[in-house]
Ligand binder design. Sequence first.
Ligand code: ATP
Ligand code: MG
Length: 426
Amino acid sequence: MSIKRPKGTQDIVPGSVEKWQYLENEIRKICSDYGYQEIRTPIFEATELFQRGVGETTDIVNKEMYTFLDKGNRSITLRPEGTASVCRAYVENKLYGQPQPIKLYYLGPMFRYENTQAGRFRQFHQFGAEVLGGDNPLVDAEVIHLIWEFFRRIGVKNIKVHINSVGCSVCRVEHRDKLQEFLQDKKTDLCHDCQVRFEKNPMRILDCKNPSCQAIVTDVPTTLDTLCGQCAEHFTKVQKLLTMAEIDYHINPKMVRGLDYYQKTAFEVIAEGIGAQSAICGGGRYDGLVEEIGGPTTPGIGFAMGIERILAVLENQEKDFEEDAEGGVVVAALGDLAQQEGFKLSTELRQAGISTTMDLMGRGLKNQMKFANRQGARYVLIMGEEELTKNIVIVRDMSLGDQTEIPRDKILNYLLEKRKNSEFLL
Ligand code: ATP
Ligand code: MG
């Protein structure tokens, strides 16, 4: 019997893990540049958190949650997204008592019971950020700018930023009425999900992916038609700031996004060239959410992006990840005694912070050189019996293709000197 990984999950093995590490480094860097601090919350939470925090009419809560009873009969759910957990942690740790806004980011696995297909997994990974406690349009613009700048830094091309305002609890009521009135006699033509949405959260019919629903909503009243004065002003200010920041955005009045609690600004980033699952980032303002899960009235805004989909875009656009991957030293020791000496040398180099690999398989010299080549090593340190007697090491520079003999006790300094002169990548 061979045991396989569960459907919709992936092993991230060497060869591709370097791309993940690259993105993770860029994420940590940009978050630090924009003044966001990391938050780590549990992978599982009480089911109720998501029911209340993501919304009972969302696909996530209705269909996609990994929910089970634990041994104490508590209903537990593997987190399908990050916002609800971050808001819970904000309340539970009384972060509202600190100077506002609180700017947080997270990076980690999420779980949704989805029909798996390209770009759609059951365990996938998100980088997300949340700003809690700030309702100024500056916050919205800063968040969207972080996303824009992130994609610029990692070299994603051809992205579209869609923005919209879905209004607040005041103007949404007017929109809801108008929309229900408009859809009343077309109700039976809507898909099953939208018929449920019609009663519970009709706005979400606007971005149903079903082609027949899309045809019905072509001329539907949008939230932009009914924005109250405050929401309209907020949206205008956000647009002004985005224009100032030279972000190429598009207003999409039908983009309303999943979360039940979105208010005012909603946005999505679409990438070209990765097929159907082209949404690489989504987010919005959720000013009622913290209160909904038991905290003080707190404005909030955030986004989440799917790492797998970003990698798919970068691969599709043929990004070269290899550039910085090379470097380090391979110790090629031949024979028993030389191996012992090689082990000692490796230890010294590693203690000095030099990335060192030693052959552990007893390969011959030719195969060790091949191995070093595959590793992308910059230097190979060759030692056989003859070198041991002469107390030297042969240093082969793999990039120049030449070699030189260095006394055994000078080898560390020799390499450190090379590193100082930047001839040496670690
Ligand atoms: P979709 O419309 O593709 O189902 P969504 O609206 O459910 O996306 P969000 O909940 O906004 O997605 O999550 C933010 C991002 O996380 C998405 O833009 C996408 O890049 C990624 N994502 C969501 N679900 C998955 C999944 N099952 N597999 C891989 N990535 C995903
Ligand atoms: Mg989804």
